[in-house]
Design a protein around this ligand. Structure first.
Ligand code: F0G
Length: 468
């Protein structure tokens, strides 16, 4: 039951449904219609900040963990937890890098493209922004075990938070052979119970919800609305780095669609609170081999429609995938997802922010990744989808060359070293096994290792030829 005087509670995302849950409920589904839930705030009673000074005051108090954390210094904008319940390991120390080489590659003017580098988080991806919030909620409800299905980064983040805080036992579900080595290494090293299911992420996601419900295990996938509260802060840090100016576009890879959902909520709330005067446009980039969101929004015109979105379009799409036994398939394993659980929230985010979706091929992804590596901060393939997507939007003339664009680099380069090495390798077998079989024809920006004999003259000659 939700008490009428609760200023924080969970509310069904469907504006036409009045389903609510107590802040402590962990079912994360509407009790009336089964839809997704939002963390809802009665802002009038919470006295939210009226200017960004509330953050600036914290810059000089970095020895306080709640002021240091890149998530919790914005605590007033995700006020669901008392300060003593917050679980933080110092996440969110990220950089917004102005990347001119990437601007040139994408057809943008210098000074107009920024990379929000989330690879600097403790577990190497943006997931830690959400995990600290989920762990904080888990502490409030007294959970002892936490589970997720994952393409690798959620599980790495869960494993890190469990091992670093000792707060819960981690149980992770992964598809077989579907997870990049850097991420699997993290889960194993940090002692998570790792259950490898004969299936892919979509199978694992369905199973983990079933198991978590049956065993009363706390679920940390992005279906958990508290996780998405933490991920809002990625946008706050971008604004912070831009002197509280709103960019024209935020471009983000789309997998389970948690990020875009939380970004939409973040900007909607900031606008409502008067902390920003306009919202940026959001662009969600799918891999072509896992393009449910692009397919439905751009080819079939699926829209939020104030919550009355056409559910039959989604069901028909899933029936067609099943009928033809189509499985998600992309080198960007992090976003190899055909059944994104946050799709309705993502539709709402596009409505809030005048957003759109695009798809990019694996060839575009690996080439963009090489450009990010050589002219910016490195990233894993899924993150490069954002840069490849921006390039497409420029070619289409949707984004103007002097608009200010932020691409979110969601995960660290070292998460998936196999993809990187295969791209730069001169060995055709290494290239083919990883990339060729996915339809990548060429490594257009390969930086090949130069093979020399162990002889001084030959080494010097190689340097004179290649690094003049
Ligand atoms: N980029 C990276 C590096 C990811 O790990 C993910 C998702 C995404 C983008 C997509 O984000 O789901 O919010 O649309 N990885 C999840 C996982 C699914 O299990 O680690 P999203």
């Amino acid at each position: 039951m939700v008490a009428m005087d609760d200023a924080v509670y969970q509310r069904c995302i469907d504006p036409n449904c009045d389903g609510v849950l107590d802040v402590k409920d962990t079912s994360f589904r509407c009790p009336r219609c089964g839809d997704l839930m939002d963390v809802a705030y009665d802002w009038d009673r919470l006295r939210p900040p009226t200017s960004w000074k509330f953050v600036e005051q914290k810059w000089s108090r970095r020895t306080d963990p709640l002021c240091y954390s890149g998530v919790w210094r914005f605590r007033e904008l995700l006020p669901f937890a008392p300060p003593e319940c917050v679980v933080t390991i110092g996440e969110g120390q990220t950089i917004l890098q102005c990347a001119d080489a990437v601007a040139t590659y994408t057809g943008m003017k210098p000074g107009r493209v920024f990379l929000q580098y989330e690879g600097m988080n403790p577990s190497g991806s943006f997931k830690d922004n959400g995990m600290t919030a989920a762990f904080t909620h888990a502490r409030i409800v007294g959970a002892k075990r936490a589970a997720c299905a994952s393409t690798g980064n959620t599980s790495a983040s869960l494993a890190v938070y469990c091992s670093a805080t000792g707060a819960m036992r981690a149980i992770i579900f992964i598809g077989s052979g579907k997870i990049a080595y850097g991420k699997l290494a993290q889960a194993l090293d940090h002692g998570a119970l790792t259950i490898q299911i004969a299936g892919d992420f979509d199978d694992a996601m369905a199973r983990v919800q079933e198991v978590a419900g049956k065993l009363g295990i706390y679920l940390v996938n992005s279906i958990n609305p508290f996780r998405l509260e933490g991920q809002k802060t990625i946008m706050y840090r971008i604004l912070e780095a831009l002197g509280w100016e709103v960019p024209d576009w935020v471009v983000v890879p789309g997998g389970n669609l948690g990020n875009v959902s939380s970004f939409g909520k973040a900007f909607g709330e900031l606008h409502h609170l008067g902390l920003i005067k306009r919202v940026p446009r959001l662009a969600v980039i799918n891999a072509a081999g896992a393009n449910t969101f692009f397919h439905l929004t751009q080819r079939h015109g699926l829209r939020w429609e104030s919550g009355r979105w056409d559910r039959e379009k989604l069901s028909a799409h899933y029936r067609a995938l099943d009928g033809e036994n189509v499985r998600a398939a992309t080198i960007a394993s992090a976003i190899e997802i055909n059944r994104p659980v946050n799709l309705p929230k993502a539709l709402r985010a596009l409505a809030t922010c005048g957003g759109l979706a695009r798809e990019v091929t694996d060839q575009e992804i690996v080439d963009a990744k090489a450009k990010v590596g050589s002219g910016g901060l490195g990233c894993e393939p899924a993150s490069a989808a954002a840069v490849a997507g921006l390039r497409r939007l420029r070619l289409e003339g949707v984004v103007d060359s002097d608009e200010r664009v932020v691409c979110v680099l969601t995960g660290h380069q070292l998460k998936d070293p196999n993809a990187t090495v295969a791209y730069h390798s001169s060995d055709p077998k290494t290239f083919d096994e990883m990339l060729g079989r996915r339809g990548v024809r060429r490594a257009n920006f390969a930086n090949r290792a130069v093979q020399v004999r162990n002889e001084l003259a030959e080494i010097i000659q190689a340097i004179e030829v290649y690094a003049r």
